[in-house]
Design a protein. Structure first.
Length: 205
């Protein structure tokens, strides 16, 4: 198989929370780090309202911003950096932060490299545990309060947080149908992109 037919199995874990909230997914090695960000958003899940960054091998990867970047703190483009390029350099762990206010830090581990399954759609969800934090809940302290209050109808903030969240919250539940639907959209977007690229190559040839 070609490089484009290889995938990475990734373990995504939310840092500094116990019991651990985690997801295991498979993504093509040709995926950009921006595409990996999209996968994290889909499986935790978040709503992609905020900025993000990766750190690996002493380098920062994000969407470059001239107001942020300098020669001293260079940002490499997450849109053009491929996961496979990092793997080729021996990188097996990445740190990923989403929402610099709530500061959701994750560790992403490359567990293994595999041949893609013929006919399978990627990215692909494998398994996971526990419900991720809601968007804008206030970081780890806010999430701790949220979990406590939502689980206790007598808590003085239960009603307020129930109205804010709009539905009950089960910290042990993984919304697998929702995750599968979100990843399905990413897989379709990837398929459309591959088809468009192949068509352009045919015109050139």
């Amino acid at each position: 198989m070609s490089y484009g037919d290889r995938i990475a199995r990734l373990m995504i874990e939310l840092d500094d929370w116990r019991p651990v909230i985690w997801r295991r997914v498979e993504v093509p090695l040709t995926s950009s780090l921006k595409a990996v960000h999209d996968v994290v958003q889909a499986v935790m899940p978040f709503e992609d309202y905020h900025l993000f960054e990766f750190h690996a091998d002493g380098k920062r990867y994000a969407i470059p911003d001239p107001e942020w970047d300098s020669l001293r703190h260079r940002t490499f483009s997450a849109k053009t950096t491929k996961l496979g390029a990092l793997v080729d350099r021996g990188i097996e762990k990445l740190s990923y932060t989403y929402d610099f206010g709530d500061d959701w830090r994750h560790t992403i581990t490359v567990e293994k490299l595999l041949d893609a399954t013929p006919g399978a759609d990627y990215p692909r969800y494998i398994d996971g545990a526990r419900c991720g934090p809601p968007e804008d809940v206030g970081g780890l302290p806010g999430f701790e309060l949220f979990v406590t209050a939502m689980g206790d109808p007598d808590h003085d903030q239960h009603g307020e947080l129930m109205r804010w969240h709009g539905r009950p919250f089960d910290p042990e539940r993984v919304d697998e149908p929702g995750i599968q639907a979100r990843l399905g959209k990413l897989a379709r977007r990837r398929a459309i992109g591959k088809a468009a690229f192949a068509k352009s190559q045919n015109k050139i040839n």
